[in-house]
Write a protein that binds this ligand. Structure first.
Ligand code: ADP
Ligand code: MG
Length: 260
């Protein structure tokens, strides 16, 4: 059975007379333990999809089954509970609390969940990302890569089944990005389901499966082997649908009037 199962998922944002179809009827299923990357141009709907998968938001329409539970229609409070027990989120900009130590940043989800052994568990999470020696440092005293490690420690401190990472290496240099990717590989090897958004194809092909989005839809979904890796990196990627023709005039494709 799938860990994640979404059907006809939509997220529309009203904008004046038009509707931005950030997600336009996405179907997707992901098994427990998979390592999936999602890629596509800016504005294609990647972050919107991640927010819905991460129970940070609710869809306009469609169904989301997470770990056997229908979550698409839950209240904010119930969504927060699901999120806290099953999902860890990693952002491009780290989103750490500036005034407090690495250790206390990592402990935040434990306070929400009223968990015991806060210090011990936070320390263990920091050890897992190789940062226990920086436990008392504040974010301003850490490098970009170290900040992202703290953010990953915070994401895994509750031992969630799923890690969602939205452009986690986007603010890092190549070498540091590689070190961060190594942590995701390690989590995947430990059985965690990893879903990673990136617009860099050389990062995307490190996953077992690459999903490509365009204009709020999935346009390609393939498992990665030596051949597909090469095709994706060189941009050949056979059996891809032709790009949608550009409309003759405005409005642009992402801001079509409803019903078109
Ligand atoms: P990506 O992460 O692939 O760059 P997003 O999911 O952030 O794309 O955005 C998809 C589309 O939805 C874009 O056209 C974006 O402008 C629009 N969008 C995203 N969030 C909102 C919002 N809160 N209100 C209005 N439009 C939004
Ligand atoms: Mg985005």
């Amino acid at each position: 059975m799938s860990l994640i199962e979404i059907n006809k998922l939509m997220k529309h944002y009203p904008m004046g007379d038009t509707m931005v179809r950030a997600l336009d009827g996405v179907d997707l299923s992901i098994r427990g333990g998979e390592f999936v990357s999602i890629t596509g141009h800016s504005g294609s709907g990647k972050s919107t999809l991640m927010h819905l998968l991460g129970c940070l938001d609710r869809p306009t329409a469609g169904r989301y089954m997470l770990d056997g539970q229908l979550v698409s229609h839950l209240s904010d409070r119930a969504l927060a509970q699901v999120r806290n027990s099953k999902i860890g989120f990693v952002f491009q900009t780290f989103n750490l609390i500036q005034r407090t130590s690495a250790m206390d940043n990592v402990a935040v989800p434990l306070f929400y969940g009223r968990q015991a052994n806060v210090r011990e568990r936070s320390k263990k999470a920091l050890e897992r990302v190789g940062l226990d020696h920086r436990a008392t440092h504040k974010p301003s005293e850490l490098s970009g890569g170290e900040r992202q490690r703290v953010a990953i420690a915070r994401a895994i401190v509750n031992e969630p089944k799923i890690i969602l990472a939205d452009e986690p290496t986007g603010n890092l240099d190549t070498r540091t990005g590689r070190q961060i990717m190594e942590i995701f590989h390690e989590l995947h090897r430990a059985g965690v389901t990893v879903i990673l958004v990136t617009h860099e194809m050389d990062v995307a092909v490190q996953a077992e499966r690459v999903i490509r989005m365009r204009d709020g839809n999935i346009i390609d979904d393939r498992s990665v082997d030596e051949n597909t890796r090469k095709d994706l990196l060189t941009g050949v990627a056979p059996s891809l649908p032709e790009p949608a023709p550009e409309p003759d005039q405005s409005p642009p494709p992402i801001a079509r009037p409803v019903g078109m």
